[in-house]
Design a binder for this molecule. Structure first.
Ligand SMILES: [Zn+2]
Length: 268
């Protein structure tokens, strides 16, 4: 595990030419230091996802998987980063959680699917996670944590065991990648834009946050990344509410509660 200790600062300095040559941003995240190329990020995400799917139980129900992936694809089609393929999968675990790996690999837990009321709320979760991918928060965090050289070493597959360590390391620190508050607000903001572009009622995101707030008070142990590492939920609700107010009138009202209820019957 020692070799995974953060030593990014020195590496970043010694890799200064990369910052100029290899700075791939989507425009959303411009001005941020992100020296991992989009292609490297996708390769990393693929390896990462294989390890996640070893360590977590994937819920293999065709109706549920296709439903989630269908909503996800509609959102990905209108997001600000369309140069990559997005993958959506369901993890069988009774927790209110969802996360995005680098490169567009997005996971949602059955516990969260059960807690939601309709497709607009599901779209809110997925759009938030797509926002993290669009703004490339994962590679930003990973680079800060481990340094560029270690990450590229992982992509090149120098030591496959390191993946297992990396995954358990990241998931044991209480929340995936421990995104900053700024990251979370940005993902919320992008999420409200994407749900609206895809024709969903933006209030789904707010209702979703309200659910987290209630659950956080009642059963904090059931919340992983969405609350433990996120900014205070009340803050996020206020911000999302003002974003929705600004775009009021432009937003569609799609909720698809009936379709969602039918999908839910297939949950464990
Ligand atoms: Zn987040």
């Amino acid at each position: 595990m020692n070799r995974l200790l953060p030593r990014g600062a020195i590496l970043v300095l010694s890799l200064l030419p990369w910052l100029v040559a290899g700075c791939a941003t989507t425009g959303i995240n411009s001005g941020q230091i992100n020296i991992i190329s989009s292609e490297e990020e996708v390769n990393m995400g693929k390896d990462f996802s294989l390890e996640v799917e070893k360590q977590f139980e994937i819920y293999e129900n065709q109706e549920v998987t296709e439903y989630v992936a269908g909503v996800g694809r509609d959102l990905a089609a209108v997001c600000d980063r369309r140069d990559i393929d997005y993958h959506f999968a369901v993890i069988k675990k009774d927790e209110l959680n969802a996360f995005a790996l680098p490169g567009g690999y997005i996971y949602i837990y059955t516990g969260l699917l059960k807690a939601l009321d309709d497709e607009a709320q599901l779209a809110g979760v997925l759009a938030h996670e797509i926002g993290h991918v669009t703004a490339r928060h994962a590679t930003e965090r990973l680079t800060a944590m481990y340094g560029y050289q270690i990450l590229v070493g992982l992509v090149l597959g120098e030591d496959p065991n390191v993946w297992a360590q990396l995954v358990s390391n990241i998931f044991s620190t209480g929340g995936f990648l421990a995104y900053s508050r700024r990251n979370e607000y940005e993902a919320d903001r992008l999420g409200t834009v994407y749900v609206s572009r895809a024709g969903y009622d933006q209030r789904g995101i707010m209702e979703l946050l309200e659910k987290f707030q209630v659950a956080g008070e009642r059963e904090p142990s059931k919340l992983e990344e969405w609350l433990s590492t996120h900014p205070p939920t009340a803050d996020r609700i206020t911000r999302v509410r003002s974003l929705i107010a600004v775009s009021a009138g432009q937003s569609s009202q799609k909720r698809n509660a009936d379709q969602y209820a039918r999908m839910k019957r297939n949950l464990p």
